[in-house]
Design a protein around this ligand. Structure first.
Ligand SMILES: *[C@@H]1O[C@H](CO)[C@@H](O)[C@H](O)[C@H]1NC(C)=O
Length: 207
């Protein structure tokens, strides 16, 4: 995916924030060319400061997992701080899923590099949009909307994502609802199911 696309999203986010007041901005404005941490002597910096090499290792799957994500954001790559961009590499084995989640602080552009990937997003009226992506397709997940991806093909799928925030954040719905300690009676009443069903949904998070 070209830097032009990333820049376009960034400019669009900037324009939107100007219209909707600056409180809507994803990242605070920098008053310097780029961010450096306290105590860093700028004259000692080299190109390495603007380089993240963490994707060289390739995807690392948790035991039994069919989906792996490598995030490149300001938490690990400080030079991104305040620049309104970040990225991630996503690898899906056949059947692998990136479960429904949202990014509260960033729009996501997902570019499929290889394989076939089904993506879906749900808007605030609960309307579902799905698409089966082919290599080189780019799909946009607007900021804050619930979305997911699943590899329904027979080959590994690899995608690259760009975000309109240096740290877009992720709220994973399964963990948020069933791994956060919300009381069983709240969940039972909400979903109108038995305690057994709630226990089963919480099980992956209570190891
Ligand atoms: C910053 O680094 C340069 C080059 O090493 C050095 O000459 C300068 O004294 C340093 N400045 C501070 C405030 O440490």
């Amino acid at each position: 995916m070209g830097i032009v696309t990333v820049v376009a999203v960034f400019l669009a986010a900037m324009a939107t924030s100007l219209v909707l007041f600056t409180a809507q901005a994803a990242d605070p404005e920098l008053s310097t060319d780029f961010f450096t941490g306290v105590g860093v002597n700028k004259s000692t910096l080299t190109g390495a400061y603007f380089t993240d090499t963490s994707l060289r290792t390739g995807a690392k799957f948790a035991p039994g997992a069919k989906f792996a994500i490598q995030k490149v954001n300001s938490e690990s790559f400080a030079a991104l701080t305040g620049l309104g961009v970040s990225s991630a590499s996503l690898t899906y084995l056949p059947g692998g899923i990136n479960p429904p989640h949202t990014h509260p602080r960033g729009t996501e552009l997902l570019a499929l590099r290889s394989g076939v990937l089904m993506v879906g997003l749900v808007d605030s009226t609960n309307k579902l949009f799905t698409q089966v992506l082919q290599p080189h397709d780019v799909f946009v997940f607007p900021r804050g909307l619930v979305h997911f991806q699943i590899n329904l093909g027979k080959e590994t799928a690899v995608a690259y994502a760009a975000f309109s925030s240096s740290n877009p954040g992720t709220i994973s719905l399964p963990a948020n609802l069933f791994g956060s300690g919300i009381a069983d009676n709240v969940l039972q009443t909400t979903f109108k199911v038995s305690e057994k069903v709630i226990d089963a949904l919480q099980a992956p998070f209570t190891t």
